[in-house]
Design a protein around this ligand. Structure first.
Ligand SMILES: Cc1cc2ncn([C@H]3O[C@H](COP(=O)(O)O)[C@@H](O)[C@H]3O)c2cc1C
Ligand SMILES: O=C(O)c1cccnc1
Length: 337
């Protein structure tokens, strides 16, 4: 079910299934017959065809969708890189479980089953400026916890995270995966001031220097610079791909979770949609590296899978037009001059 070894994880990444070519062709053909000028529904048409390909049917639906939120704590937060204390991670998990967070409302509005997975919150990862964040077993356990929420019945999966400090880990993963200066990947996160931003840059530069000569494999990058919630997202996205379940990514952190995978195997994003573009400045840059164009851009910078859940409403609308519109033949409308 999960990933038993680093080699098993890397092997899964090396043999990704493709979308169903027949379903893609059938959905594209249907789009061409619906009562509208070709292409006039823009991205909605692409979304319907994308969903058809991954669900393996010309008429994709969302009756069983899940949003999985992974939570973890980070050892480097002691360096003062977040505007909030690490205790907020666990407090927000309690809030998720009580139904009081933004993601509770947004998952409900989107008709998604919400799963909260708290990963050893009382055991933060090691400080990545002095050691790998996780040992191999810890990283495998997190990857497998992510894979564990992905059941074959799902028609869509959205992913999200909670982990105070994790915009710092996300910037480190992005810089390691795609290069560029650290400052280009760093942003305010929960709202640090300019001194906080400078601390983030310094902490990440120290971590990158420490791990510079480590193997550049996706597993090693996740293990050294990621965190439990981040590895869990990578495991969930890879497992969803094995099961051909389409995935909606959220903001900067969920995208950074797959950055090490995408740096080696760009096709890992083929079954993924970017739900939105976060206001965290590194996200726009990261989306470009991942080859993803966001569905929404609403100035959100929350995380928790909030932007991904919101985007499901747009995907539902795309599927509704695809399923419910009449064809030119059915409606007796002329389909050309
Ligand atoms: C109350 C609260 C709820 C949140 N929900 C998501 N995040 C977001 O903020 C954190 C990342 O920002 P940084 O790197 O600056 O700590 C993550 O937990 C992310 O999910 C929250 C943060 C707070 C404070
Ligand atoms: O892009 C995100 O998802 C994000 C940005 C800031 C803080 N938390 C999450």
């Amino acid at each position: 079910m999960g990933f038993a070894s680093p080699a098993a994880f890397e092997a899964a990444l090396a043999s990704l299934p493709s979308a169903d070519a027949d379903a893609l062709a059938a959905a594209r053909a249907r789009q061409g017959q619906l009562t509208k000028p070709p292409g006039s529904l823009g991205r909605l048409e692409d979304i319907a065809v994308f969903m058809a390909g991954w669900q393996g049917t010309a008429r994709p639906v969302i009756e069983r969708g899940r949003t999985a939120i992974f939570a973890g704590n980070h050892g480097f937060v002691a360096h003062g890189v977040s505007a909030f204390p690490a205790s907020v991670t666990e407090a927000m998990v309690t809030n998720f479980e009580a139904g009081g967070a933004a993601i509770n409302a947004l998952a409900d509005a989107a008709g998604l089953d919400l799963r909260i997975v708290a990963l050893d919150l009382d055991r933060p990862t090691a400080d990545f400026t002095t050691a790998p964040a996780m040992d191999e077993d810890e990283c495998l356990a997190a990857l497998s916890a992510g894979a564990g929420v992905v059941t074959p019945d799902l028609q869509i999966l959205t992913v999200g995270e909670m982990g105070i400090g994790n915009t710092t880990a996300a910037a480190a993963l992005s810089a390691r995966s795609f290069g560029g200066s650290v400052a280009e990947w760093v942003g305010p996160g929960t709202g640090v001031d300019s001194a906080g931003l400078a601390r983030k840059v310094a902490v990440i530069e120290q971590a990158l220097a420490l791990h510079h000569s480590a193997p550049a494999s996706p597993f090693e990058t996740l293990r050294r610079l990621g965190g439990r919630e981040i590895a869990a997202i990578a495991g969930a996205v890879l497992k969803a791909r094995q099961l051909r379940i389409p995935v909606v990514l959220d903001g900067f952190i969920t995208c950074a979770a797959i950055a090490p995978l995408a740096a080696k195997v760009p096709a890992i994003t083929d079954h993924c949609l970017a739900g939105h573009c976060s206001a965290e400045p590194g996200h726009v840059r990261l989306l470009r590296h991942l080859g993803l164009s966001p569905l929404l851009s609403l100035g959100m910078r929350l995380g928790e899978g909030s932007g991904a859940a919101l985007a499901v409403s747009v995907i539902r609308a795309a599927l509704a037009t695809h399923a419910q519109m009449a064809t030119f033949a059915e409606a007796g409308v002329a389909d050309r001059l």
